[in-house]
Design a protein around this ligand. Structure first.
Ligand SMILES: Nc1ncnc2c1ncn2[C@@H]1O[C@H](COP(=O)(O)OP(=O)(O)OP(=O)(O)O)[C@@H](O)[C@H]1O
Length: 303
């Protein structure tokens, strides 16, 4: 990375703690679990920073803090030189044009009752922004850009395959011309061949638009194809950060060495439980995102 470039995003000493019910009976006090523990990172204009680590290492929570879908317990987030850690209302709306999220499961993050046209133009309409050329034309142009048939703009998400539905999610993220796209396991649910096509699409769109990615993934083969730099997370902390080739070629931290040496395998039943858990969390996050775009601040509702 160019040492003189200014970061687009800077997160400093981010901490997120969750209260979890205590074990051992009703009278036990809740315990505090620190999911994100003093995370600092920077994302530069036009680059892809991949956040990698095993399941539960805190990647998604970090992504949500950065996208302001969840409030941090402490720490700071600067976007384009401005502190956005505490913004709300109109400022938070504006921030949502700059930072968009693509979720893992398009079927649960896209409202099944809305047509592609409504889904794709909603972020603009929420922000009272004009839809250039009108909703239909704008949607169709975006659909063509993400490799979907523009004639299908009046269809619903469930009428598309998984890979196509994820392209709708990508089109929706692009509709507001963001400067940072947070891709949270955006290709993890797709078959390998579809995955490769969507990764190529994500790279092409970045070349065309010049935005940055914070790319959350546990699959190192995927990360290798897309990342410029990597930040490796373990138990809520970043244990190593650097250029992709340097980390893949000569990982320094023992955890990174283990991660690269043995991609963790999980039993199918655990995977199913994890996906269900993911699905619920993504639904909640998508609802929070829609509520935020619609004008209410989801952070106020958070316990
Ligand atoms: N709302 C919540 N309440 C309590 N604990 C949570 C909550 N969200 C996440 N966690 C916990 O925080 C830890 C980090 O979760 P996170 O989803 O950020 O990890 P991850 O690296 O993205 O893993 P995965 O790929 O499985 O989602 C996990 O132990 C998770 O169970």
């Amino acid at each position: 990375m160019n040492a003189t470039a200014k970061p687009l995003l800077r997160a400093t000493n981010l901490v997120k703690e969750f209260n979890i019910p205590g074990t051992g009976g009703l009278l036990r006090k809740p315990e505090v679990f620190r999911a994100v523990d003093d995370v600092s990172l920077e994302v530069y204009p036009g680059e892809t920073l991949a956040l990698v680590g095993e399941s539960g290492s805190g990647k998604s929570t970090t992504a949500r803090l950065i996208a302001r879908l969840m409030s941090a317990t402490s720490g700071e987030i600067e976007f384009d030189g401005r502190d956005v850690s505490q913004i709300s209302g109109k400022e938070l709306h504006e921030f949502r044009s700059d930072v968009q999220v693509i979720f893992q499961d398009p079927y649960s993050s896209l409202n099944p009752r809305h047509t592609v046209e409504r889904l794709v133009t909603a972020p603009l309409l929420y922000q009272n922004r004009e839809v250039p050329g009108g909703p239909k034309r704008y949607t169709q142009d975006l659909m063509a850009r993400v490799g979907l048939n523009p004639d299908h703009s009046t269809r619903y998400p469930w009428q598309f395959s998984g890979g196509q539905a994820q392209r709708i999610g990508i089109a929706r993220a692009l509709a507001v011309r963001p400067r940072l796209v947070v891709a949270d396991e955006a290709v993890s649910a797709l078959d390998v061949s579809v995955q490769a096509q969507v990764i190529n699409l994500l790279k092409k769109l970045q070349r065309e638009e010049g935005f940055s990615y914070l790319f959350i993934a546990h699959d190192l083969a995927v990360v290798r194809q897309i990342a410029d730099r990597l930040a490796v997370m373990n138990s809520g902390r970043i244990v190593e950060m650097g250029e992709r080739d340097q980390i893949f070629g000569a990982p320094q931290d023992p955890y990174t060495q283990r991660l690269l040496g043995a991609v963790p395998r999980i039993r199918p039943e655990w995977d199913a439980a994890r996906r269900e858990n993911d699905r619920k969390r993504h639904l909640a996050a998508a609802a929070a995102s829609e509520a935020a775009a619609a004008g209410s601040d989801p952070l106020r509702k958070e316990s």
